[in-house]
Design a protein around this ligand. Structure first.
Ligand code: FAD
Length: 454
């Protein structure tokens, strides 16, 4: 049996970044990544396979950067782990010894067992698997009536992309009154749902699926609680993801209340030399301090970097303090982004905050061709003005502005500090230096704070 300094199970974003970081900073260490599939997909790119990329291969993601650094990759599914003897058992029959073990087994779509007919032919999920998505891509080519169940960001992005083909009738069914309600505040969810309605997607909100019906085992229609029937040649169930922890549980690792592998802020489990990162591992909210169910590639890779640096002794004391859940998407060419707490997550965790908002044009002068409105919303503490959350929407600049605000949240920046925030501007690239959106929103926030307690 070959023994490695590090074995990583899983070659998704978390597994790859862990492997790359370890090899970069501890080049003398032998690192093996075990993966179920030869080559994978950029998970966040999957919705765009169905139109913008119009190819499965254009979305491929592989371990090249890791291999170039001297890492080894073996296609073999880990079926068992003996943590006492430090051995991983592969489906192939091979065994692999380790000094340090990292679970990066990710997540899988939650099965909709509660929907009658979920097991009919032509009922699909958005699985992060090259083979599965290739099959789905081919299967959907000739399907005219496609029903997607679940209006979270994955269901909505897939629906938007499929509906670009005007020959297809794409219906999205969401049980909440708006789509994106888990990712965004009420107002931004409403804007996002409206944007989706401006595409060719038939969006049905506040609608519950009663049953998927078919004949000869093949899907024919989706029946709603309201009695409405929607013809369907294919149904895609997008009702959430759950941590893939079967192997960890079998090995004897404890899970948290969300069903994720328990880890500390350096991604270490309670078993010496065994760690877990990414969607399979526990996530704590940065501001709420409570277990969260955030599954994002940005969170997974941040955890992986922290782990990679610190695997052989704590080198970077800045450990992973919890997820800021920074996220962006684009529907109908309209960009929406969010970080930190909003009215749903904040109220849920009893976090007190005020909200200030500012809208302006994203170029200057505003007459520059292509200029479009951009709104920044800051959620800040009424006690000290610290920024606790933000939403940005409008032009595509929103996606990078939210990343700046994510750093502000992470550094406990206050709205007072934003007044001296120095920004670079250019007519073709940003809003005017006289009224930068972030700073103007901070000024409004300061005005509000002055009135607190009056
Ligand atoms: C359609 C879609 C769009 C998304 N868009 C975004 C986005 O825009 N922004 C964002 O931040 N996040 C997005 N996400 C979420 C993001 O993809 C996940 O958070 C990310 O994939 C988590 O990475 P991971 O490495 O932890 O897990 P995974 O990507 O799930 O990878 C885990 C890997 O481990 C392998 N594995 C599991 N068990 C074993 C085993 N026993 N042996 C060997 N290998 C094993 C699996 O095959 C898999 O390759 C999106 C997700 C989907 C599905």
């Amino acid at each position: 049996m070959k023994k490695y300094d590090v074995i990583v199970i899983g070659a998704g974003p978390a597994g790859l970044v862990t492997g790359i970081t370890v090899k970069k900073y501890y080049s003398e260490k032998s690192v093996l990544i075990l993966t179920q599939e030869k080559g994978g997909l950029v998970p966040c790119g999957i919705p765009y396979i169905f139109n913008k990329l119009n190819s499965v291969d254009a979305d491929r993601m592989g371990p090249k950067s890791f291999v170039d650094l001297g890492g080894e990759v073996i296609v073999d599914t880990a079926t068992d782990v003996n943590m006492d003897h430090k051995v991983v058992y592969g489906k192939s029959g091979d065994t692999y010894g380790y000094e340090k073990l990292v679970f990066a087994t990710g997540s899988q779509p939650a099965k909709a067992f509660f929907i009658k007919g979920h097991d009919l032919e032509n009922v699909f999920y958005i699985r992060k698997s090259y083979q599965y998505i290739q099959d789905l891509y081919i299967q959907l080519q000739d399907k005219q009536n496609i029903v997607i169940v679940g209006g979270g960001f994955i269901g909505a992005e897939v629906a938007e992309q499929l509906a670009v083909d005007e020959k297809k009738n794409v219906t999205l069914i969401e049980s909440e009154s708006q789509c994106f309600s888990k990712a965004f505040s009420k107002e931004l969810s409403k804007i996002a749902t409206e944007q989706l309605r401006h595409t060719h997607v038939n969006v049905l909100t506040s609608s519950l699926v009663k049953e998927i019906r078919g004949a000869k085992n093949k899907v024919e229609k989706v029946l709603l609680q309201s009695g409405e029937e929607i013809p369907a040649d294919a149904v895609i169930l997008s009702v959430g993801y759950k941590s893939n922890t079967e192997l960890a549980v079998k090995a004897g690792l404890p899970l948290n209340v969300m069903g994720a592998i328990k880890v500390d802020s350096y991604e270490r489990t309670s078993v010496k030399d065994v760690c877990a990162v990414g969607d399979c591992s526990q996530t704590i909210g940065f501001l709420t301090g409570r277990s969260d169910h955030i599954m994002l590639a940005s969170t997974a890779t941040a955890e992986a970097r922290v782990l990679g640096f610190n695997l052989f002794g704590i080198k970077i004391k800045k450990n992973f303090k919890g997820t800021i859940a920074v996220f962006s998407t684009q529907i109908n060419g309209f960009t929406m982004a969010s970080a930190g707490i909003n009215e749903n997550t904040g109220k849920d965790a009893n976090v007190d905050f005020l909200t200030a908002e500012y809208t302006d044009i994203d170029r200057h002068p505003g007459t520059i061709p292509g200029a479009s409105p951009l709104t920044v919303r800051l959620n800040f503490s009424p006690c000290d003005g610290a920024i606790l959350g933000a939403e940005v929407w409008g032009s595509s600049s929103a996606a990078e502005i939210i990343n700046t605000l994510s750093l502000a949240i992470q550094k406990y920046t206050t709205v007072f500090e934003l007044i001296s925030f120095q920004i670079g501007t250019h007519p073709l690239l940003t809003g005017a230096p006289t009224k930068p959106v972030i700073i103007k929103a901070a000024e409004i926030a300061i005005g509000m704070l002055r009135n607190v307690g009056k």
